[in-house]
Unconditional design. Structure first.
Length: 166
């Protein structure tokens, strides 16, 4: 039987990962991710699951989400199961992505389930696997494609301000 403290810790680790992504606090992610993480986004993108280093994941997320004006990844109905030094957190999610643009809708929202696999390390719980199962989407998915050319200075100011917000 797992302790309530362990269950809260693993849920907190998953929530902090999504919070850090939304606030573009990329520097916080190494303390939350294992050195290698198994990622499965096949329900959305097809292909095969992949194992990536934390540095690769941070680079991928920075490139794939950094051009957006904002993102908000919300998880709820978390269920945490802890067995020794391993844990699984499952949760429903809704992720909204925002990029005002002249070509179409400004938002793309995705909903579904996450499964996070975590391992206990001497430094605390680390996410070692993420399975995202997309169940529905609404809006303009085209905003997810990073634009060619230099970044929007307004986006850079917004991201700078978010990093300074406590």
């Amino acid at each position: 039987m797992s302790s309530a403290e362990d269950r809260l810790d693993v849920i907190e680790t998953c929530t902090r990962m999504l919070w850090s992504v939304d606030l573009r606090q990329w520097e916080a992610l190494p303390a939350l991710l294992a050195e290698k993480v198994a990622l499965d986004y096949t329900s959305l993108f097809g292909g095969e699951p992949a194992v990536r280093t934390r540095a690769q994941i941070i680079a991928d997320w920075t490139a794939g989400l950094g051009h957006l004006r904002a993102t908000q990844h919300m998880i709820g109905n978390q269920v945490a199961e802890v067995t020794g030094d391993a844990a699984v957190v499952t949760a429903h999610f809704q992720a909204t992505h925002l990029l005002p643009n002249p070509q179409g809708g400004a938002t793309w929202t995705l909903g579904g389930r996450y499964r996070f696999d975590l391992t206990r390390t001497p430094a605390g719980w680390r996410i070692a696997g993420v399975v995202m199962t997309a169940l529905w989407a609404d809006g303009n998915q085209q905003i997810m494609t990073p634009p060619d050319g230099p970044p929007d200075p307004v986006d850079q100011l917004d991201q700078h301000a978010q990093k300074e917000t406590p």
